[in-house]
Design a protein around this ligand. Structure first.
Ligand SMILES: [Zn+2]
Ligand SMILES: [Zn+2]
Ligand SMILES: [Zn+2]
Length: 320
């Protein structure tokens, strides 16, 4: 398993996805560096690590990728600052003139568009009739190219790449082509595992630092005899005689705000278990109804977008 919780940079990127700051990570093109991901460069502080960072997250199933573009790479200098040229299939010159073939519908005469033009009118050079309406009087019958260099005509040009960096030309056979992707947060990354990757570990570490014994996930037996599970349980004292029991549940929203549902679920468990404190950590926000109910039920709520906010808020709250 990819040690995501150990990786601060991944957490920073994840928090940006989770907070909605980014929905899709798209590459940005610049003629010097080709396609880049400035946001990732900023997070990593090292542009050379961007591709391995993204493929690590993709391999771990955290990110999904979608083909965004393909870049042609110059075989001489590896630049992706390439222009695409259409060339004459006979002499390979890129100095070709592209024009339309036009057909006069009535008499069937076909010629290059320019040969129909008389001032601002379209007139058939064969029968001298004026043509007014496209698809009625005349129609476009395809494309016709003429080579300025060798004067030959053809309908399908051949391609060539021109490197704007080193001025070398290359053919389709010579050039290599590389995929460029945009990234989104994987749908398969379930809210639960995301929570644990993203928040549970830092919160556990926080409680341990504060001198608590931590279990996660964990369950407690209530007064009713039923067992209730919580994302995190922290207590002081030893396991047989726990003191100052704290229970924590995390709730992630698929939309913008977490509904009151996890507040109700937590309340039912808290009612039976009677811990000293109960926390609901909502990512990123809890709806108003949920906040009101939590206050009524004496459940502490924390709205967070990243682990730092969660541990800071817990620290504040424990002081009280
Ligand atoms: Zn080049
Ligand atoms: Zn030619
Ligand atoms: Zn005609």
């Amino acid at each position: 398993m990819f040690e995501l919780d150990q990786d601060r940079n991944s957490q920073v990127l994840l928090s940006k996805f989770l907070s909605g700051e980014i929905k899709t990570l798209e590459p940005v093109y610049d003629s010097q560096g080709g396609y880049r991901y400035p946001l990732i460069e900023e997070i990593l502080g090292d542009a050379s690590q961007v591709n391995s960072f993204l493929s690590k997250l993709f391999d771990a199933g955290i990110l999904e990728k979608t083909l965004f573009d393909k870049v042609i790479i110059c075989p001489k200098c590896n630049s992706t600052n390439i222009s695409f040229r259409y060339c004459c299939p006979f002499c390979k010159s890129f100095d070709i003139q592209k024009s339309s073939l036009v057909e006069h519908v009535k008499c069937g005469y076909m010629d290059l568009e320019k040969n129909f033009r008389q001032g601002d009118k379209y007139v058939c050079p064969k029968c001298h009739e004026e043509m007014r309406k496209i698809d009625v009087d005349y129609r476009k019958a395809g494309v016709w190219c003429t080579c300025i260099n060798c004067s030959k005509s053809f309908d399908i040009p051949v391609s060539e790449h021109f490197c704007r960096n080193c001025n070398a030309t290359s053919t389709f056979e010579e050039a290599s082509i590389k995929e460029v992707y945009s990234y989104t947060l994987s749908k398969d990354v379930k809210a639960d595992s995301l929570q644990s990757l993203f928040l549970i570990t830092p919160i556990q570490e926080f409680f341990v630092k504060e001198g608590f014994t931590v279990m996660s996930p964990a369950s407690l037996k209530g007064k009713s005899g039923a067992k209730h599970s919580f994302d995190i349980i922290a207590h002081k004292g030893d396991v047989d005689n726990p003191q100052g029991m704290i229970v924590v549940d995390l709730a992630t929203s698929t939309g913008d705000v977490v509904s009151e549902q996890p507040v109700i679920a937590l309340f039912a468990k808290v009612f039976d278990v009677s811990p000293e404190k109960a926390y609901l950590i909502a990512i990123p926000k809890l709806n108003e109804n949920g906040k009101r109910m939590a206050e009524l039920y004496n459940i502490h709520t924390i709205e967070v977008e990243n682990p730092k906010e969660a541990t800071n808020a817990l620290k504040e709250s424990l002081k009280k």
